[in-house]
Design a protein around this ligand. Structure first.
Ligand SMILES: Cc1ncc(C[n+]2csc(CCOP(=O)(O)OP(=O)(O)O)c2C)c(N)n1
Length: 704
């Protein structure tokens, strides 16, 4: 490890101006923290977390990196890094007070959750570790742009030697996403610079409890291609030297690098924490002796590079700058409540608009849903070089040299079959078995302008990616006030009626996702709709969860001829599957056909249901639902997912709320039982709604 003992030796090699500049910047960072703490105590800021103890490390790193050229995913302790990159104290205070003009988030995000479009500081969230796969995705985009020139030409910013910076704490390095990301970044030799800022504690948990053996750098040394460096992050010259080596290694495309920097955290975790409760005094005193600002000041004095007076002048000047910036920010207007709902979705591309209503131009024999999904993926890959497909088993054969010898896998359901063979391994490839990594990396790639269409193999296995979906994918545009976005498509086979799928291959769960503002959720019931809706999903500018009922993949009854390269169906537009007068059945997915199966029996009894296939679940077609209910005055909401707190609860509640005076009967719901999908077909049948259940519910409703 590069240690404090050689601080002076290294300092001798450094320029006086550089050291004085670093001192000034570190001071500025410290004083901004101190001022923000004061504002918080005065109730004029609402949160504070400091970068104290990490200052000279941040400055050292930023001095080797290029704002607006490299890309940054900084941890919340990276105030000094952000200042050195070009963020101003005024911009930071705008975030402290939650001003409408805060360039990071317009009052939506806590301060120290950095974001700055011009500087390429990608808006950060709060979960510890989610930033890491995204940074790796941004680096994967870099590699993709280098390989696929036509995509690079469409990129807003790409440089063949750019570095993607990501930092995290010693605590965050325990998160699975860190390890998933490292496995992938090293496997692909991606241009990522990891910095683990080890201040010895994650809130109250010491690093020896956090990390087996107490040293993250020791643990990661066996990762291939990874340059691992360790330094005392409170020693500016040492940090500067190690940062230089790491950045050079990554720029030269030799692989990722990881700097393990030892720093201190003297201001407790945040203002809500008091470290005296768990840190003994001796330790705190020892840390105080390593204060990076103190050390850099001493160095400047000892080396005769600055006298007491000059350092004082720097501090006085910094104090003035900080005071003025804070005063200016305090005078700024808070974000207006009118802006609250702005930028959940793209303000420029509306997937519910007429532009996305493009009728089919049929050609050829009827084809299955699998075929027509494969067809649209092909069309879109051919149309747009930014469309990239990855997931578990989606490629034909990971080893390209073996491709000519095999037929190719192309997904466990064969939906992506032939895409690798026809478009190359840069554009369709297998990834590690790591769902958070798949979605996290896709977010990073989409942020850089690519259009990832990723596959999660079964809905049952989407949960490791849930934090990326819930806290990142759907919030990025909103929380950054439209500075950043990550439009991408997650394709997910869903549901039962397959026999033998059981509890971990047949579950539904769409309402968990329709509950997430910022996410478009779609579920087609026919091959044609799957084609038209997926094309809309790929061409739209929002994140889309594309749910594919796998029971329907190869059913002959829902086949259709190829509808042409431009067939699109707007989101939020339901399909009138069957006109009727007695009651309305609102449904989607596998239950559309099951509802149709009951028609004959019902007609014999004079019951004529109107059947609506919603197709898109968020947004959904309220107008068509309302028009139908106003006509029939009775409604059954029908779905495959379990009944309680299900998708139907929302639709039924809204009908009861807004259409009460049109109802001649209570709104009925039919869904699966509140239990898990079982293995034996007899049990599965008992769990999921069957045509006979639908007929019974419709009759009861008609008779009410
Ligand atoms: C996924 C997740 N779990 C828990 C938290 C709450 N939390 C915020 S910071 C933190 C400790 C992080 O420690 P470390 O990564 O070492 O960074 P440090 O604060 O020490 O710089 C925790 C547990 C969180 N934000 N995200």
């Amino acid at each position: 490890m590069s240690t404090a003992t050689n601080q002076e030796v290294k300092a001798a090699k450094l320029d006086k101006e550089l050291l004085l500049g670093a001192y000034r910047m570190a001071c500025l960072s410290r004083r901004v923290d101190d001022k923000e703490i004061q504002l918080k105590r005065q109730n004029r800021a609402f949160f504070q977390i400091s970068g104290v103890g990490h200052e000279t490390l941040g400055v050292a790193l930023a001095l080797h990196l290029k704002a607006g050229y490299d890309w940054f995913y900084p941890y919340y302790r990276d105030r000094a890094l952000c200042l050195q990159l070009g963020m101003t104290p005024y911009e930071m205070f705008l975030a402290s007070v939650g001003a409408g003009d805060d360039p990071g988030s317009a009052g939506r995000q806590m301060p120290s959750h950095w974001g700055h479009k011009k500087l390429h500081i990608v808006s950060q969230s709060s979960p510890t570790g989610t930033q890491v796969p995204q940074a790796v995705g941004a680096a994967e985009a870099s590699q993709y742009f280098a390989l696929v020139k036509e995509a690079a030409e469409l990129a807003t910013s790409f440089h063949s030697d750019e570095v993607i910076y990501v930092s995290l704490g010693d605590g965050a390095s325990s998160e699975g996403e860190f390890w998933e990301s490292l496995n992938w970044a090293c496997g692909r030799s991606l241009p990522v610079l990891y910095v683990v800022e080890d201040n010895g504690f994650a809130i109250s948990v010491p690093v020896d409890v956090q990390t087996v053996g107490g040293s993250i750098s020791r643990l990661v040394k066996s990762f291939p291609h990874l340059l691992v460096l360790e330094c005392d992050g409170t020693d500016f010259p040492a940090s500067y030297e190690e940062a230089g080596k790491a950045v050079e290694y990554v720029r030269a495309r030799r692989g990722p690098a990881l700097i393990h920097a030892h720093v201190i955290r003297p201001y407790s975790h945040s203002l809500s924490d008091d470290e005296r409760l768990y840190k003994p005094d001796e330790l705190r005193q020892e840390e105080a002796r390593r204060d990076p600002l103190l050390r850099l000041g001493n160095l400047l004095r000892q080396e005769g590079l600055a006298g007491e007076k000059q350092l004082k002048e720097i501090e006085t000047e910094v104090d003035r700058e900080v005071r003025e910036a804070a005063d200016q920010a305090l005078a700024a207007q808070p974000a207006s409540p009118d802006t609250l709902l702005r930028y959940l979705y793209s303000p420029t591309v509306d997937p519910t608009s007429e532009h996305f209503d493009q009728p089919p131009r049929f050609n050829g024999e009827p084809r299955t849903m699998v075929d027509l999904i494969n067809a649209v993926l092909r069309d879109e890959m051919a149309r747009d070089p930014r469309v990239v497909i990855f997931g578990e088993d989606v490629a034909d054969c990971s080893h390209e040299n073996e491709l000519p010898k095999v037929k190719g896998k192309g997904g466990v359901f064969k939906v992506t079959h032939g895409l690798q063979r026809d478009f190359g391994s840069a554009r369709c490839y297998n990834t590690t078995l790591a769902e958070a990594g798949i979605v996290g990396r896709a977010i990073g790639m989409a942020t850089r302008g690519l259009k990832p269409v990723v596959e999660i193999q079964f809905l049952d296995y989407i949960w490791p990616a849930m934090m990326q979906i819930r806290d990142e994918l759907v919030t990025l545009r909103w929380r950054s006030n439209n500075a950043f976005s990550c439009p991408l498509v997650i394709r997910v086979p869903i549901g039962g009626y397959l026999a033998g799928g059981a509890i971990y291959h047949s579950q539904s769960g769409e309402s968990i996702f329709t509950h997430l503002p910022g996410l478009r959720v779609v579920m087609p019931a026919t091959a044609l709709d799957a084609n038209g809706l997926l094309r809309t999903a790929i061409r739209c500018d929002d994140p889309v969860l594309f749910l594919e009922p796998k029971h329907l993949y190869r059913q002959t009854y829902n086949r259709a001829p190829y509808p042409g390269r431009d067939h699109m169906i707007p989101f939020g537009k339901a399909k009138l599957v069957q006109e009727g007068t007695t009651l309305t059945i609102v449904t989607y997915g596998s239950l559309v056909h099951r509802a149709v199966q009951g028609l004959k029996t019902l007609e014999q009894e004079g019951i004529l249901p109107e059947i609506l296939d919603l197709r898109s679940l968020n947004p959904y077609d309220w107008e068509l639902i309302a028009a139908s209910v106003k006509k029939t005055n009775r409604v059954l909401v029908l779905h495959e997912d379990s009944i309680s707190w299900g998708y139907g609860a929302e639709i039924a509640a809204r009908i009861a709320d807004e259409l009460f005076e049109f109802l001649d009967a209570p709104v009925r719901r039919l869904g699966a039982k509140d239990v898990y999908v079982p293995y034996h077909p007899v049990l599965e049948d008992a769990m999921l709604p069957q045509p006979a259940d639908i007929v019974r519910a419709a009759k009861e409703l008609a008779a009410y």
